[in-house]
Ligand binder design. Structure first.
Ligand code: COA
Length: 376
């Protein structure tokens, strides 16, 4: 008699490896990056410091931060080949498809692409981190018939992104809200896109391939694509007063409500209170409370009726909208942040690698004979 096989569909509850990058504690709704609570990092650090933390295991001192920033700022420019390709992307292509293709193309232009030594992987991670926002901003502008704006090496990471998208740097509160969103999106253990990146790395394929796979997985509306889906959903609701009726009609159709639920957190996403606070700051800055008021109704009814809490995408969607970004840009912005987490996992996987290769429980037809007629 063979052993009974237990299939864990969706790998629910499976521990696939050890990791020291981040820790999710659903029982206390908390999340730490390298041991630091994410909400403390949001209040006391910049996204660049958090990127350093994820890659090096410790927060930088002033000298280390200055060197990290100098390296990032020096590598933001896109090669002529990539710029030419961005210009040739079909009009109407989704920005996630454009950034996925752009990162893959960066691998073609990177002389170290095939070198999977730790030192080369770290250098490539920095190049991808520095160039991705430039590619996202350029493809957004080109898709609207506008010329790309060159990166400004005198500006910090987040300020420079606004500069490249809009041609100006907004008020400090807006930059702060964006910086916080980037910290919150940076890392989240073995989520689908990170796991995809680790699977690619486990075959000893290169950094660009791993990040490209991560982007492909992130696009789906069950994962990163939810921040766009949230904003489309909120836009369908005519006013906060109509939100409850809209939601109940959705329950009748048993449709998913985007921005709610989470595979790991069942009692609330640790990142939501911080992002909600900054989305409310954005509503105040812009003077438009409609989205947050509608969100509040949806959150109240979802909890009362379904006992399902919002996830990070729920406040992040309206926050990005209020910052002025086009909705299809939301998930590419998430990419610019999560590159830090993906790269940290690529480095960790590479340092103690074992090919990731699970089994499948075969439920198809038993072995049978090919009919002779098949040869004629
Ligand atoms: N809207 C309505 N019902 C939801 C829901 C949502 N957003 N999320 C979960 N549920 C329901 C499921 O229908 C299921 O109900 P059932 O037991 O009656 O079938 C139950 O809650 C458990 O959900 P399940 O799909 O098994 O959870 P999961 O861990 O497999 O999936 C998500 C987690 C995130 C994929 C899921 O919650 C979802 O699709 N959310 C919407 C997309 C989203 O916001 N994604 C971003 C994630 S950070």
């Amino acid at each position: 008699m063979s052993e009974p096989i237990e299939v864990r569909k969706g790998l629910v509850g499976v521990y696939a490896d050890d990791s020291s990058v981040s820790k999710v504690m659903p029982e206390t709704n908390s999340l730490t990056y390298r041991g630091y609570a994410v909400q403390d990092l949001c209040e006391n650090s910049s996204f660049e410091e958090v990127a350093y933390l994820l890659w090096h295991g410790e927060l930088p001192d002033a000298v280390q931060l200055a060197a990290f920033q100098a390296e990032e700022r020096a590598q933001r420019g896109l090669g002529p080949g990539l710029l030419r390709v961005l210009r040739e992307f079909p009009h109407g292509a989704h920005p996630m498809d454009m950034i996925r293709t752009a990162i893959s193309f960066m691998g073609l232009e990177d002389a170290e692409a095939a070198d999977v030594s730790d030192a080369a992987q770290r250098r490539k991670a920095m190049r991808i981190f520095a160039m991705a926002p430039t590619a996202v901003a350029a493809s957004n502008r080109l898709s609207k018939g506008l010329e790309p704006i060159a990166p400004d090496p005198t500006l910090p990471f987040c300020d420079n992104f606004f500069h490249m998208v809009f041609g100006r740097v907004p008020a400090a509160e807006v930059i702060r809200a964006f910086d916080v969103s980037m910290i919150l999106y940076a890392e989240h253990t073995f989520n689908a896109s990170t796991f995809a990146a680790r699977v690619v790395t486990s075959t000893m394929a290169d950094m660009h391939g791993a990040i490209t796979a991560g982007i492909a997985a992130l696009k789906g509306p069950l994962h990163g694509g939810a921040n766009e889906a949230v904003m489309h959903m909120l836009s369908e609701i005519p006013s906060p007063g109509k939100a409850e009726a809209w939601l109940r009609a959705r329950f009748d159709h048993k449709a998913l409500v985007m921005g709610f639920g989470h595979r790991v957190y069942k009692n609330g996403d640790s990142r939501v209170p911080t992002m909600k606070k900054y989305a409310e700051v954005m509503a105040e800055v812009v003077g438009d409370k409609r989205w947050m008021n509608t969100s509040a109704v949806l959150a109240r009814v979802m909890l009362a009726e379904k006992n399902i809490h919002p996830n990070l995408d729920f406040p992040a969607g309206p926050a990005y909208f209020l910052m002025g970004f086009d909705i299809p840009m939301f998930t590419p912005i998430f990419v610019c942040s999560r590159i830090t987490g993906w790269a940290a996992h690529v480095l960790e996987q590479g340092a103690d690698n074992r090919l990731i290769r699970p089994l499948s429980h075969y439920v198809g037809l038993e072995q049978r004979t090919v009919p002779a007629i098949g040869l004629r």
